[in-house]
Ligand binder design. Structure first.
Ligand code: ATP
Ligand code: MG
Length: 450
């Protein structure tokens, strides 16, 4: 496992640096998983790392000197180099009061969260340093706290959530004592900043076994800290269109969904409004009238509280808003084009809507063969209509506002917007009329009628 540029850094820092790769990169390399970042650790103090790396012509950024971290740019990639350190007392459940630099490697590894994250490998070759049995746990697919989990989770309330996140990303079990410690440390977890929470939840949701992670959140009580609105979904029974309750259906939809943030968050939240809208019909069938709207409100409140980005909130809202629309064979082309317009107004790509719809269908747990044919037929029809690039907004009309004013011989006013909407309706009905002449004819005809 050597990425050649690391050897250059090792040569720059000299042998007494004891430069090692630590943390996630080792875990992922041993698992054969791709990883994006390299975390390095060294005995040298940060100022020395900076001086020596710069002397060797490397670009260095002092990103976190007080924590012992500098970032070295190797072939355009940022690599964090952190001095071996031990953490002082944690008083706030989030950050150590102080850090002590200049400790040895094993002490540095002992402050790390889980055994699978507490291994080191010397850059340039040498034996794996694995004082806590990370390798064995990796083979057994277990997430185990380094040391006493009650103590470790009291220090930093993010760790319980990280345990669930790694379970979801790697498909591992959380070891029994580690798991049992989580419900006892919820008050510490509650103090963690919402930004750190969101990052972990997002990684969890995009994990290969996100259902495992979400189940852990529900069972351990972590869910109630950050996503309390989800709790009523557990055990909320549905109807003959569904095999599962709302919660299990949600986990299934996520499982079938491509691992993109917008799609996965929308999958998590698309039915969150169902429990609050559930009614029973005379035949004892459950109904959920207006659940899209209620889900939308709850989803917006949740993502707002978690300080999710504007782009994510917008995409999730659009997916939820349109997830209950089911175009059928009975729809004419014009109705389909109007639907494409609504998606485009909400900035939602047809492919994303389709991916969502198909995962939602599969998540019902019923026979999908017939539905698959229907889905593909519908998508090829919508795809063909969209590929013809029909005008979907007034901006795409063949006559702009100025041309329409000239044609009508009138200055602008509310009539203009009204006319443009009318013309767009006509064009959605028949895109063939979207030429300057075609629209001029229509305008003349409307004037004759009024
Ligand atoms: P990812 O693949 O998400 O980057 P990672 O394990 O590399 O996973 P990072 O957040 O990049 O996670 O952290 C790097 C390393 O720092 C971890 O592997 C772990 O050893 C240590 N670490 C990170 N966060 C904590 C924490 N809250 N408590 C203790 N150790 C931590
Ligand atoms: Mg990392």
């Amino acid at each position: 496992m050597t990425w050649a540029p690391l050897l250059r850094l090792k040569a720059a820092l000299g042998p007494e640096a004891e430069l090692v790769v630590v943390g996630g990169a080792i875990r992922d390399e041993l698992l054969g998983r791709p990883h994006t970042d390299w975390d390095l650790a060294t005995r040298l103090l940060p100022q020395v790392v900076m001086n020596r790396a710069r002397a060797a012509g490397l670009k260095v950024i002092p990103t976190g000197l007080q924590h012992g971290t500098v970032t070295v740019i190797l072939e355009d990639r940022p690599v964090e180099v952190t001095t071996f350190r031990s953490d002082g007392d944690y008083l706030d459940g989030r950050h150590p009061e102080s850090v002590r630099l200049g400790v040895d490697l094993v002490e540095d590894l002992s402050r790390r969260d889980f055994t699978i994250n507490a291994m080191a490998l010397p850059v340039g070759g040498g034996d794996l340093v694995d004082p806590f049995g990370g390798r064995v746990d990796l083979t057994a697919r277990i997430i185990r706290a380094v040391g006493d989990p009650l103590k470790r989770f009291a220090e930093d309330g993010l760790r319980p959530l990280r345990a669930c996140r790694f379970a979801a990303q790697l498909g591992f079990e959380v070891e029994a004592t580690t798991l049992a410690a989580i419900p006892q440390r919820l008050e510490v977890a509650r103090k963690v900043s919402v930004e750190r929470v969101f990052t972990e939840l997002d990684k969890l949701l995009r994990g290969v076994e996100s259902g495992r992670g979400l189940t852990l959140l529900a069972e351990s009580g972590l869910m109630d800290l950050w996503l309390p609105e989800l709790r009523p979904m557990l055990g909320c029974g549905q109807n003959r269109h569904h095999r599962y309750d709302v919660w299990i259906h949600t986990l299934e939809v996520i499982r079938f969904m491509p691992a993109e943030p917008g799609l996965r968050w929308a999958a998590l939240l698309h039915d969150v409004g169902k429990p609050g809208t559930r009614t029973l019909g005379p035949d004892d069938e459950a109904h959920f009238y207006g659940h899209e709207g209620r889900s939308l409100d709850l989803a917006e409140a949740i993502l707002d509280r978690l300080k999710a980005s504007h782009a994510l909130r917008k995409e999730v809202a659009a997916l939820i808003r349109h997830h209950g629309t089911h175009p059928t064979d009975a729809w004419g082309d014009a109705a389909c084009r109007r639907f494409l317009r609504r998606l485009s107004e909400d900035g939602l790509a047809l492919e994303h809507w389709a991916a969502f719809r198909w995962a939602d269908q599969q998540g019902k747990g019923l026979e999908v063969a017939a539905r698959e044919v229907e889905h593909h037929t519908l998508m090829s029809r919508l795809g063909t209509l969209a590929a013809a690039a029909p005008p979907l907004s007034v901006r795409e009309l063949a006559l702009d506002g100025a041309a329409l004013m000239r044609l009508a011989g009138r200055p602008g006013g509310p009539w203009l917007g009204e006319l443009q909407r009318q013309l767009l309706e006509a064009v959605l009905e028949d895109p063939g009329v979207n030429s300057p002449e075609g629209l001029a004819d229509l305008v003349a005809r409307y004037r004759g009628q009024s």
